[in-house]
Design a protein around this ligand. Structure first.
Ligand code: GLY
Ligand code: MN
Ligand code: MN
Length: 438
């Protein structure tokens, strides 16, 4: 899988060299680090998880010298503290690369790999990677000396991300397999959270019940920090789970997903803490659900990314007018963006190795068409601020979002997260069916 991806990249690079570094380690405080997660691009091309590594792809070189990994050498003392290192000797066989060298040798070996290439693909100027930029600039300078001898060296430094990210945008079988697993485990977590719900639980306790489920079943980590918002907290778009206690009559909104083999799921469900939507909650939930289903069905080849959002907004605004939360002509409310009081975020983003995944949304300034193999979220919502005095008090503080992960196919869209209940009757039946006892 990784060799095939490197091959696809090589074909697109032609006579260029690519250099991709590992993610930097980041300090949390003192000598304690944040959890380490490999750079998605490097992992996409190698499956290698160690920090302090870098990959060179040099298709212009001789066979057996085209894919080079630089990595940490074995170190018995450090391995006691940080764990096993693959090491230079084992790397070619373990990872299928042509050669491996100690990472400390990258500066001196880089100029050699630049000889004979006319362009270098390297992402200059990324946060926290200033030392890498220096290594690359020195390498280019050293390589340039060879021009006197009639040897090509790169004159252009290009960002590799447009090339690489177009590859990542269309999910290959390996990516899709991991995404299906992430979706399935995320579903188990959300179902557990629904069943565990009862008044009196803290948001963080619900979070724990959910995350336990996917971690014990094989997810490696969360794809992002879980959002567990109860009552008015459901209206805070970037809320995290906090200490608020769930109350009878609240809705709870969970936006959370796990990561399997570096691929994400991103799912939101909203449900009543007491297992029964009240009239206002039910009306708004039914509207969000209708908008979401219409938008999902719209995710077909040839339709633009933008049109998924436009359709969602239209369905939501029509419904909000019907319910009396908005007044006026639907077209005017859309044109003047009056609806943003209740629906202020976009409907979709790409999903893949990163939760807000890579790949451009526009081509030559216009919204790009959906193509088979792309995966996007569809996540409409309605959020009525607790302080919104333009609506009756019975509507205030209701926050609802429903989010699924959708794969575009040649035909009808495939919802990777379709098994997670979202119909009103299914949600009501599941909520509180196995309450968490603490
Ligand atoms: N969980 C982040 C998002 O839905 O975009
Ligand atoms: Mn989400
Ligand atoms: Mn999302």
């Amino acid at each position: 899988m990784y060799a095939e991806r490197r091959q696809r990249l090589s074909v697109r690079m032609r006579d260029a060299v690519a250099l991709v570094f590992a993610a930097p380690e980041t300090i949390r405080n003192n000598d304690v680090h944040h959890d380490y997660r490999q750079d998605s691009d490097l992992f996409f091309l190698t499956g290698f998880e160690e920090p302090e590594s870098a990959l060179i792809i040099a298709p212009h070189r001789d066979e057996g010298d085209r894919v080079i990994l630089f990595l940490r050498i074995r170190d018995a003392e450090r391995e006691i503290w940080d764990g096993h290192r693959l090491g230079v000797e084992a790397a070619p066989t373990a990872l299928g690369v042509d050669k491996a060298f100690p990472i400390d040798e990258l500066p001196e070996r880089l100029p050699g790999y630049l000889h004979g290439a006319t362009r270098l693909y390297y992402g200059l100027g990324r946060d926290g990677r200033e030392a890498h930029d220096q290594t690359v600039l020195r390498g280019l300078k050293a390589a340039r000396h060879m021009r006197k001898k009639g040897i090509d060296t790169p004159g252009d430094v290009l960002d590799p991300q447009p090339l690489l990210h177009e590859l990542r945008l269309i999910k290959d079988p390996g990516a899709l397999d991991a995404m299906r697993k992430a979706a399935a485990l995320t579903g188990m977590g959300h179902r557990r959270a629904m069943a565990a719900t009862r008044a009196g639980l803290r948001e963080t306790q619900l979070q724990a019940a959910m995350e336990y489920e996917w971690l014990v079943r094989g997810a490696q980590r969360n794809a992002y920090t879980s959002i567990v918002g109860s009552g008015p907290n459901a209206c805070v778009l970037h809320y995290r789970a906090g200490s608020r206690v769930l109350e009878d009559g609240d809705l709870v909104l969970i936006d959370a997903g796990c990561e399997v083999d570096y691929h994400a799921a991103d799912v939101t469900r909203t449900w009543p803490v007491n297992g029964k939507f009240n009239d206002q909650q039910r009306a708004l939930y039914a509207l969000v659900l209708e908008a979401q289903k219409r938008a999902i069905d719209h995710c077909r080849p040839g339709r633009t990314f933008e049109s998924v959002h436009d359709l969602t907004v239209k369905v939501l605004v029509e419904g909000l007018v019907e319910l009396g939360l908005l007044e006026g002509e639907v077209d005017t409310l859309i044109e003047q963006e009056t609806f943003k009081r209740f629906y202020m975020h976009r409907t979709s983003h790409w999903l893949g190795m990163d939760v807000h995944d890579v790949g451009s949304y526009y081509l030559r300034g216009t919204s790009r068409s959906l193509e088979p193999g792309m995966v996007l979220t569809v996540e409409p919502g309605i959020y009525v601020s607790p302080d919104d005095e333009t609506v009756g008090p019975e509507w205030r503080g209701i926050g609802i979002r429903i989010e699924d992960d959708v794969r575009v196919t040649a035909d009808a869209p495939e919802v990777l997260t379709a098994e997670i209940p979202k119909e009103i009757a299914d949600v009501e039946a599941l909520v509180g069916s196995a309450p968490l006892e603490i």
